[in-house]
Design a binder for this molecule. Structure first.
Ligand code: NAP
Length: 250
């Protein structure tokens, strides 16, 4: 039922993990996908090749999304190549360890830039285009950490909590322009970001999840695709939890 033909989905941090799964699913639903990456050029290019091989449209765009000037160039390049952006998925992010008494200023600033300023940068530069077309969907990737906090990751949790309040602020601000703004909040998902912790902690993690397992990138991609689709045409300012029930009990 979900058909994104003639839609352009622009996904940040799509070379790996959740972003990659979202790109593949969106392409399967008929969208052309603009794939942002920061470092993993060959991963991004092989994802583009995979989508094109199965009959879809995709292109890769390098930028550090925490850097305004780089995002400005990237958005211009995406618009030049695809002509429009229908769906912006603010997915890029980093998750590093940080006890507050030893966390360096660099680690704090790096997390703020990659996880939060990135969302300002992309929205600031894509919203004028969406407003001009009176149409758009913005999907921000938050985390259970943004809802309940996360010890030893306070910098990460602070960005994710901010993403939730940013989403709730932009939703009514942009509703008159027919732009819907929502969040997907994943719990533990088996990707490069969290695989080491999931392997190391094992049942310490899975026992806290009512569904007793970590999620897969594809399961987060499903929620992103739903919010990008016409099935979600009356949803804005929502935080869609995809965490196996974890946020209720963990
Ligand atoms: P991942 O596998 O580590 O992939 C992260 C992606 O973000 C990569 O494509 C990476 O690009 C990109 N990226 C990081 N910093 C960037 C920057 N400054 N500019 C551009 N791209 C950048 O992570 P993931 O698990 O898929 O996470 C995706 C999102 O889900 C993140 O926002 C994360 O916080 C959120 N999330 C994940 C989990 C989880 O358990 N995995 C749980 C809750 C929320 P390169 O490959 O080029 O470095």
């Amino acid at each position: 039922m979900i058909n994104l033909s003639n839609q352009i989905m622009f996904i940040t941090g799509a070379s790996r993990g959740i972003g990659r799964a979202a790109a593949l699913l969106a392409a399967k639903a008929g969208a052309a996908v603009a794939i942002n990456y920061r470092q993993a050029k060959s991963d991004a290019e092989s994802l583009v090749a995979e989508i094109v091989k199965s009959g879809g449209k995709a292109a890769a765009f390098q930028a550090d999304v925490g850097n305004y000037a780089e995002v400005e160039k990237m958005v211009a390049a995406v618009l030049q190549q695809f002509g429009q952006i229908d769906v912006l998925v603010n997915n890029a992010g980093i998750w590093t360890y940080g006890a507050i008494d030893t966390m360096s200023e660099e680690v704090w600033d790096e997390t703020m830039a990659a996880n939060l300023k990135s969302i300002y940068n992309c929205c600031r530069l894509v919203v004028p285009h969406m407003k001009a077309r009176r149409s758009g969907k913005i999907i921000n990737i938050a985390s259970t950490a943004g809802q309940r906090g996360e010890a030893f990751h306070s910098h990460y949790a602070a960005t994710k909590g901010a993403i939730i309040s940013f989403t709730k602020s932009l939703a009514p601000e942009l509703a008159p322009h027919n732009i819907l703004v929502n969040c997907v909040a994943p719990g533990w998902v088996a990707t490069d970001m969290s695989n080491a912790a999931i392997t190391e902690e094992g049942e310490n993690i899975t026992n806290l999840i009512p569904l007793r397992r970590a999620g897969k990138g594809e399961e987060i991609a499903g929620a992103i695709l739903f919010l990008a689709s016409d099935l979600a045409s009356y949803i804005t300012g929502e935080i869609l939890n995809v965490n196996g029930g974890n946020v209720l009990v963990g």
